[in-house]
Design a protein around this ligand. Structure first.
Ligand code: PMP
Length: 344
């Protein structure tokens, strides 16, 4: 194999991994696309690359432009790394409620990190609006000095998944798949992959797995944006319809509670050696629901979005899980005893 010339070239072309427990339990083949293997550690490397490539093509960025984005973390990590490899500086505005590991990873990239209190989208203090304003201010002082990536509304996000992630899945299985399911944050991955798959094989069923506290599943099922409950998952779920989500061809949608998704992650780690993040738990719960809806004998693909190490202090921390009324498996309690494992 020829060496990749740079960071950007190493993004994508990720393998599919069979999820044994989920497959055996449903009589379907449930396969996860291993997006956590991207060089920046998440599916959002693709988004970052798609947004930046598009901006370069349109002449919106040039040497010296600062990349600015509002993100739950992973897009920021991807954008900062791709940006560094091409000589751009990056500033990220991020809600302070995101995991400490993601904030540290972002700081490690060398990006400027501005943590802001969590605020609803309707509030001007919301991180996305703050990022847009920061970009406007920079451009007011020095025209052309900053570019707002705008992953929620910028359709270059959906396009990169329609051009790469979706076709990769289809080609890896020679078209032999029946369903695709994942959660939505911006909606770029779900919409882009769904469009690519349905264009190639219209019978493929597409489902949305939505975390509790998000309004999207209710919207798909009833037409009304209404959210109930909450979730410890990060980067997914929203209370509004973004440009990227708007036209996603979705056939089925479910709201998934943390008590359903997080135990799947714990089982996956202890039985199959895969340590994955919260959105992946929601995705696998969705894959199991889609498998049950379609019946045995079908092949279903979902996304393994990022690694569990990015959320260790929450998803794999007995004390935190108990505080959220999420069951703690005995092996996790043994791995992280309450006194930190020190002799009594
Ligand atoms: N999982 C994780 C871990 C994420 O960071 C994101 C993006 N915020 C998603 C899933 C959702 O991806 P998308 O924005 O393409 O809907």
């Amino acid at each position: 194999m020829n060496p990749y010339p740079d960071f950007s070239a190493a993004i994508g072309h990720t393998p599919l991994i069979r999820l044994r427990t989920a497959s055996d339990a449903t009589g379907c083949e449930i396969l996860g696309k291993a997006e956590f293997l991207n060089p920046g550690g998440s599916i959002k490397d693709r988004t970052a690359l798609g947004l930046l490539d598009d901006a370069e093509k349109r002449g919106l960025v040039h040497a010296g432009t600062t990349l600015v984005e509002g993100t739950a973390g992973n897009t920021g990590i991807g954008l900062a790394l791709v940006g560094t490899s091409r000589g751009y500086r990056t500033i990220i505005v991020m809600p302070e409620t995101q995991s400490a590991e993601k904030i540290d990873a972002l700081r490690l990239t060398g990006a400027g990190v501005r943590l802001v209190p969590a605020a609803k989208y309707a509030d001007p203090a919301n991180y996305v609006h703050q990022a847009a304003r920061l970009c406007d201010e920079m451009n007011a002082t020095a025209p052309g000095s900053a570019w707002f990536a705008n992953q929620f509304e910028n359709l270059a996000n959906r396009a990169i998944h329609e051009q790469t992630t979706g076709p990769e899945i289809f080609d890896q299985l020679d078209g032999a798949l029946d369903g695709f399911v994942c959660a939505a944050g911006t909606g770029g991955s779900l919409a882009g992959i769904a469009r690519a798959l349905k264009a190639r094989k219209p019978s493929i069923r597409v489902a949305l797995a939505d975390p509790a506290g998000s309004a999207l599943a209710h919207f798909i099922n009833t037409g009304e944006l209404k959210a109930e409950g909450n979730s410890i998952t990060e980067g997914i779920g929203t209370s509004r319809i973004t440009e990227n989500f708007k036209d996603a061809p979705i056939d089925l949608a479910w709201s998934i509670a943390d008590t359903e998704s997080v135990p799947l992650l714990h089982d996956l780690l202890i039985h199959e050696g895969l340590c994955l993040g919260g959105s992946t738990g929601v995705n696998i719960a969705g894959a199991i629901r889609l498998a049950r809806a379609l019946g045995p004998g079908h092949t279903i693909v979902t996304l393994l979005c990022d690694a569990g190490m990015r959320y260790q202090a929450k998803l794999y921390n007995p004390e935190f899980l108990r505080s959220k009324q999420i069951p703690v498996p005995a092996w996790l309690d043994r791995a992280f005893p309450a006194n930190g494992g020190k002799p009594a």
